[in-house]
Design a protein around this ligand. Structure first.
Ligand SMILES: [Zn+2]
Length: 165
């Protein structure tokens, strides 16, 4: 599976289509949020600069290379990227938080075609993260830095070195 975490994390809310267009995830081993794709940062800001309790709060969205799929990471306490950055899988893009419309620290992780709300895809199928409450281990470890990996995400195959900042 390909999660925004390294190691163990919890699914605290399932993907339910329009009713909840992503998975809510809580890091157990680390609160660092890693990019799950190679792509360009399209959004890195507050959903509403004047009201930090709205929507995704502080969030980032990354368009995966050679696709129109934007991967969202919501409710961050910190953003570590800016619009236009090209990020690779496993780059740290932020820190989990509880900004925006949120009652506890978690990451709302979803995919929207073209960055359009309502054009969600099934993030559970794309990421391989089970659409069920529970604790999972995505298998990434710092000691795997530099190893060659091949991942297929949303039908696009990526090859490259795993690394961590
Ligand atoms: Zn959510």
């Amino acid at each position: 599976m390909n999660s925004p975490y390294m190691g163990n994390f919890r699914v605290t809310q399932e993907y339910k289509g329009s009713a909840h267009d992503g998975l809510d995830l809580v890091g157990i081993d680390s609160k660092e949020i890693h990019s799950t794709v190679n792509g360009i940062v399209k959004i890195a800001r507050w959903e509403n600069d004047a009201d930090h309790s709205q929507g995704f709060g502080q969030f980032a969205a990354i368009c995966a290379d050679n696709t129109d799929d934007w991967y969202y990471y919501g409710h961050l306490s910190e953003i570590r990227v800016k619009v236009g950055d090209h990020v690779k899988i496993t780059d740290v893009i932020g820190i989990e938080g509880s900004t925006g419309n949120s009652t506890g620290s978690h990451c709302h992780y979803c995919v929207r075609t073209g960055g359009v709300k309502g054009k969600h895809k099934n993030i559970s199928e794309i990421s391989g993260i089970p659409n069920a409450l529970g604790v999972y281990d995505d298998g990434y470890r710092p000691e795997t830095n530099g190893t060659q990996v091949t991942l297929t995400i949303g039908g696009v195959t990526y090859s490259g070195e795993l690394f961590r900042k």
